[in-house]
Design a protein. Sequence first.
Length: 249
Amino acid sequence: MSTETPGLPLTGERTVPGIAEENYWFRRHEVAYVHLAERCADAVVLEAGCGEGYGADLLAARASFVVGLDYDALTASHVGKAYPDVRVVRGNLAGLPLRTGSVDVVANLQVIEHLWDQEGFLAECRRVLRPGGLLLVTTPNRITFSPGRDTPLNPFHTRELSASELDGLVRDAGFAVEFLGGVHHGPALREVDRRFGGSVVDAQVAVAMSGGGWPEDLLAAVAGVRVEDFEIHSDDVDASLDLVVVARA
């Protein structure tokens, strides 16, 4: 089983492209970048917490300029080498190393759940945004990601949010929420869910917890997941997999 991309290990805290066993999670994250890329057209964009860099690179195809910010030195080095269209800056999300009012869009995808001071981070996002700029946030839906729990199942997460909690957090930071929706399985993935006892996510978790090898049928299903197999909409947000917010400063 491959566990890394060239130069960047798969830690469990981030998803990376090119790994069959990781493909479901990669596509589930990638769909948000595809969905939100239009919001970045001709804009100066900060991706706050760029991880492996594939998303910042995708946004760079539409934006006029993209800054990819990450605290980890190995990650920043990898992004700089792998994605020449992204300007890489190493820094802490608790104090964004950008001038006030210097960017049109702040993208923060699958990151806010890792932060201890989410309120402080959103205040920093508002500071670096120009008046009328956009904040793009995605995060796992607490209701479906860690059901029935007050603490996250994922050991890398510090605070997960429901749709109402995320909406309130963003509004309290002074943003006007323009869209609040979620990522859902489309028809093809709902059929995969049915084949694997109701949840392909649970089937993957069971393999990870067992420490054993992947069943061939499950690995084939996971490796075959496409961006198009997910849907993003505002219906039944509490049942969504990941939350998606677009808000204006």
